[in-house]
Design a protein around this ligand. Structure first.
Ligand SMILES: Nc1ncnc2c1ncn2[C@@H]1O[C@H](COP(=O)(O)OP(=O)(O)O)[C@@H](O)[C@H]1O
Ligand SMILES: O=P(O)(O)OC[C@H]1O[C@](O)(COP(=O)(O)O)[C@@H](O)[C@@H]1O
Ligand SMILES: [Mg+2]
Length: 531
């Protein structure tokens, strides 16, 4: 562990830290009228000058007739989105950063004798990005998210990501570890690569990869991999994870034992909702054990189901790959007599991939996602609509998300190693239902079913994902050096931000049936309501 004189660690005696637990995902008036969890102001306690109680959790009852409700809400928001920092538990003085893009430049200016120029390269700790920019006039406006019945304007600020002038670690003494968890996702290697590059620019010499997800922390025989620019230089040229991934193995205390034994100061967790929950647990256990460790996550998932993020890396690439499957289904269906193309796409609990692939391909007649219920049979069911499409245009193409229509199938209680429910196969069910339906009504139909499964994610990141990975990976390192822990690095409302993991994992993000994007999808497919 780093422990130079400048970085000498002194515990703040009996400092309490309470994390905010958001009771509902979106904190809107209609979705969350039952109250919010509130963190109140920093308080000083008598007799302990250095001590500050960072946050105390209690329910915030919003009374909209109280003229100060908005102020209370905003204070609550600011507290919830404040970033856990190592100075919450350690008395530490920062030092000037070692991150500079020009030789001989320091945060104070150039010291190489050349004419001093201003380099506005650092993010001020008080910089913020606005999470929401639309002022909805009414709760009935498309996609509205309102706090109160009048849909008042309330500002949701989050911390801007990027390099700070001051850092809380001595780069030469830092041991940094990177782990990739959960399912594969295009761009994992790009993130690993950028984390390594950026750490080296700070001056970190000891960088290791943990193999096969959290498992690598405790599974005997899985050695840590030394990483450097030379090692990771070209890993972005292929898909997958250079370090390997895995599900399961959420043994927080063993993981932290291992972090302690390996003397890791910074842990970068690249993963989805589950991995973030793991990262939060690790961060909290490190605090409990008074370890000076920064745990910083980078949101990864092709499903795009992480709260507050515009998108997660890998999503764009998965949509692009999914389009290929849709295009093949279209070609097959278009060329067959009464062709029905059917494509099943990944998306365990969300329909973002299906919705976006349907929108981008422009070839889909019916898109079915988990967030929108539908019936297959009956006059207003999907099958009757397919019948109509064969009659009117001669062929049709259907896109279903993996998690769609689960209420129409027999449930299983089986879960995968991470505890995710194993879904019943709606794609195959749909294929059988279509076949049977057209057979029953005596209409010829030629069904072509395509399930690209892992093909949408077992590939290299496209250009836009590669850029996103680059920025997120760099920002993760800046966040760790800035002393934050228990945070994630994302893109929110087109800006790069740091968010506390606690807030991000309250619930997975879902397609809002009242959003303009879903409405656009319906406009594009021309499908009716199936209820
Ligand atoms: N609630 C949780 N607390 C701690 N660790 C978790 C939790 N949920 C999942 N994990 C761990 O995070 C890792 C990845 O989770 P998983 O759900 O498979 O993928 P993802 O991170 O992509 O959602 C697994 O090793 C799993 O054991
Ligand atoms: O078969 P695997 O590897 O468990 O992955 C399947 C799952 O992975 C996903 O693509 C992404 O899930 P994660 O974000 O949890 O990794 C899901 O849509 C899909 O259900
Ligand atoms: Mg998951």
């Amino acid at each position: 562990m780093s422990s130079s004189p400048a970085m000498a660690i002194a515990f703040k005696a009996s400092t309490s830290y309470f994390t905010a637990q958001q009771l509902c995902g979106h904190s809107t008036w209609d979705q969350c009228q039952n109250g919010f969890t509130h963190l109140n102001e920093r308080k000083s306690r008598k007799g302990s000058a250095a001590l500050h109680v960072r946050a105390i959790s209690r329910n915030l009852d919003l009374d909209f007739s109280d003229p100060s409700w908005k102020q209370k809400y905003q204070e609550d928001w600011d507290m919830r989105f404040s970033l856990p920092h190592i100075t919450d538990i350690f008395d530490l003085k920062p030092r000037l950063t070692s991150f500079s893009l020009k030789k001989n430049r320091t945060p104070l200016g150039d010291n190489d004798g050349s004419s001093p120029d201003m380099w506005n390269g650092y993010v001020n700790k008080d910089d913020r990005a606005l999470l929401k920019v639309i002022k909805y006039a009414s709760p009935t406006s498309a996609g509205s998210e309102c706090i109160d019945p009048d849909c008042s304007w309330v500002e949701h600020w989050v911390h801007r990501a990027g390099p700070r002038k001051e850092i809380y670690y001595e780069p030469e003494e830092v041991k940094a570890a990177i782990v990739t968890c959960g399912g594969l996702c295009p761009g994992l290697n790009d993130v690993i690569r950028q984390i390594v590059f950026t750490l080296e620019i700070y001056g970190v010499k000891n960088i290791v990869g943990i193999q096969f997800g959290y498992r690598g922390f405790f599974e005997k025989g899985l050695k840590e991999m030394p990483l450097s620019r030379d090692v990771v230089e070209n890993i972005n040229l292929s898909g997958g994870s250079f370090l390997g991934v895995s599900r399961g193995g959420a043994k927080t205390s063993e993981i932290v034992d291992s972090i302690q034994a390996r003397r890791i100061d910074m842990l970068f967790v690249i993963g989805g909702n589950g991995s973030h929950a793991g990262a939060k647990a690790i961060h909290e256990e490190c605090r409990k054990r008074k370890l000076k460790v920064s745990v910083v996550a980078v949101p990864k998932t092709i499903d795009n189901d992480i709260l507050f993020m515009d998108k997660t890396f890998g999503f764009d690439t998965a949509v692009e790959e999914a389009q290929r499957a849709i295009n093949s289904a279209y070609i097959e269906a278009r060329s067959a007599y009464h062709g029905v193309g059917l494509v099943k796409l990944m998306g365990r609990s969300t329909g973002f991939i299906a919705m976006h692939a349907s929108l981008s391909s422009g070839q889909i007649d019916v898109c079915l996602i988990p967030e929108i219920s539908f019936t297959l049979d009956g006059e207003r069911g999907v099958l009757a609509h397919l019948e109509h499409l064969l009659k009117t245009k001669g062929f049709c193409v259907v896109c279903v998300a993996e998690g769609a229509g689960q209420d129409l199938l027999q449930k299983s209680n089986a879960t995968d190693a991470s505890g995710n429910v194993i879904l019943s196969d709606f794609g195959v069910h749909m294929q059988q239902k279509i076949k049977k339906h057209f057979k029953d009504i005596g209409v010829l139909a030629d069904i072509k079913y395509i399930d690209p499964t892992y093909m949408v994610r077992a590939c290299r990141a496209n250009a836009s994902d590669a850029i996103l990975c680059t920025v997120l990976g760099q920002n993760a390192v800046h966040g760790a050096f800035a002393g934050f822990s228990g945070i994630t690095s994302g893109i929110c409302n087109t800006h790069y931000a740091y968010l506390p993991i606690t807030e991000v994992i309250t619930t997975p993000k879902h397609v809002n049936p009242n959003s303009r994007m879903w409405h656009r999808c319906l406009t594009s497919t021309g499908q009716p309501d199936f209820d």
